[in-house]
Design a protein around this ligand. Structure first.
Ligand code: FAD
Length: 473
């Protein structure tokens, strides 16, 4: 993969201008190779330049850190490395699946050009393939980039291999293709959209994984939204949720909607562990554990099968492989959260525990906060403040801004006609060596004593418009 003139402009042009002011070196930045030389170029060894702050990932966390740094001091030399050439929002993607008015794949997609122009950071469209913390270099599919401070905001990956050790690469690839998880930005959302929109009849099955996973309310919102679409289009069938645990984020609020709005069109089954999937026959095999009472910790296991029309298979989640590439310490669980720094002076931080020059934001952080876009924006702003203080030779403690009310406000659209939504509100606080959180699910319609309300649906749309302004303007 060779770098185009446009890539170079986006990455080098702006950051080189910043470097001229700050004295940060971009001298090693290599222009396009001479005509005809491109094929013999060893891109892996090519040094593309050095920046004060390099951010891996142009998603919710990474874009926020970059913008905030430039807002604090326009002279900072900041560059993002992002593998996709456009941004796709996971938040509100369920509204597209639900056929909610005004939502389509275009509503979710944004180009990066406006954000780059407005905010003045650089961007390299390339995949990160390695990180050398000793040399302070990030290796990418297009060459290597040096840094003074590195921010890792690469989001999540799927852990099919850990969940199904006997599946080979071909089976995993086929399951990914024919039963897309649609939890990361990109083509999986387009594939799931095609499958739902082309469906004639049949049940839609959605799995909910155990362990930490991206946006805990998302699978349940998706169930409500797909049920909304099926009702609107007169498609026969229901949405079945196979939940590996019994936990439902915003549980009381979702259950209210499923009972009163969906009336049997959404069925939640708890403690269902997926054993196998036959994507050719469209059959899922799972074991459901039923517990007689609270004292029964073993339960009774039953092996069951479920056929489907569309399968949205959400496997166990884990941190993006970028985290492992960096070699920073992670938690021992399957997700491998980044261990965060903690000291008497700064009890909580977005610096990693392993390396004071390497920070992490977004879903990969080892704080006890919900993995959401809104948390990533809040964290991104705090992380930028920490880094800006370091670059200015000062000190800042994230603890000084805590406790913080409504640090995460997360809406879920549950009905399309009338448009209604529910919400959860999280306060963040210092909780030992990490940032902790406490959530509450308020009733949106206090007159009728309901969680869902049309006012919250309006707030959902406003939140999304505001978040997109935050990230791209
Ligand atoms: C269906 C759904 C609904 C959701 N709804 C909401 C909601 O209503 N509200 C809310 O607050 N949150 C919601 N979320 C959660 C939200 O999308 C995530 O929490 C948020 O995107 C996390 O931000 P991030 O920066 O950690 O990761 P991302 O936004 O995923 O960004 C990571 C970026 O890193 C890039 N990257 C990864 N690996 C590499 C590499 N090797 N090289 C270069 N680049 C790389 C990726 O391409 C990506 O652009 C929802 C999620 C889903 C799936």
């Amino acid at each position: 993969m060779n770098m185009t003139r446009r890539d170079l402009f986006k990455f080098a042009g702006i950051s080189a201008a910043a470097a001229a002011v700050t004295g940060c070196s971009t001298t090693a930045f290599d222009p396009l190779p001479a005509k005809g030389a491109a094929t013999s170029l060893n891109t892996a060894n090519r040094v593309l330049g050095k920046h004060q702050v390099v951010i891996i990932g142009g998603g919710w966390g990474g874009l926020t850190v970059a913008k905030e740094l430039k807002k604090i001091d326009s002279k900072f030399d900041v560059a993002i490395i992002e593998k996709n050439d456009s941004f796709m929002s996971c938040p509100l993607s369920n509204c597209n699946l639900g056929g909610v008015e005004g939502f389509n794949l275009g509503t979710l997609t944004h180009d990066y050009d406006q954000a780059i122009e407005k905010n003045g950071y650089g961007m390299l469209t390339a995949s990160v393939t390695g990180i050398d913390r000793v040399a302070k270099m990030v290796h990418t599919s297009k060459g290597s980039v040096g840094y003074d401070i590195l921010v890792m905001a690469p989001g999540i990956d799927y852990n099919y291999k850990g969940q199904f050790p006997t599946w080979d690469a071909a089976k995993i690839a086929k399951v990914k293709r024919l039963a897309p998880a649609a939890l990361v930005p990109g083509g999986e959302h387009i594939a799931l959209d095609r499958m739902v929109k082309n469906m004639d009849e049949g049940d839609v099955v959605i799995t909910v994984p155990a362990g930490k996973y991206r946006c805990p309310p998302a699978p349940f919102e998706r169930a409500s939204m797909i049920a909304n679409f099926m009702k609107k289009e007169g498609i026969k069938g229901k949405v079945i949720i196979l939940n590996e645990t019994a936990e439902i984020a915003k549980g009381a609020a979702f259950k209210e909607t499923w009972k009163e709005v969906n009336q049997g069109a959404v069925e939640h089954r708890d403690n269902c562990k997926i054993i196998d999937v036959d994507v050719d026959k469209k059959v899922i095999t799972y074991v459901q554990t039923t517990f007689a009472n609270k004292e029964d910790t073993v339960g009774t296991k039953q092996t069951l099968t479920q056929s489907y029309g569309v399968f949205n298979f959400i496997p166990h989640n884990m941190s993006s492989p970028v985290i492992e590439m960096s070699g920073v310490a992670t938690t021992a669980d399957g997700f491998k959260k980044v261990k965060m720094a903690s000291s008497a002076e700064k009890p909580v931080s977005f610096a990693t525990a392993t390396d004071a020059n390497v920070f992490a934001v977004g879903d990969v952080v080892g704080h006890a906060i919900p993995p959401s876009g809104q948390s990533s924006i809040w964290s991104g702003k705090e992380c930028a403040k920490e880094i800006a203080h370091i670059l200015h030779g000062k000190s800042y403690s994230v603890a000084s801004s805590l406790p913080y009310k409504s640090a995460n406000v997360c809406y879920s659209m549950v009905n399309g006609s009338p448009e209604e939504a529910i919400m959860v509100n999280h306060e963040f606080m210092v909780s030992g060596p990490v940032i902790g959180s406490k959530g509450s699910v308020p009733k949106g319609d206090t007159v009728n004593d309901k969680y869902r309300s049309t006012a919250l649906a309006k707030a959902t749309r406003e939140w999304y418009a505001g978040a997109m302004r935050d990230l791209f303007n």
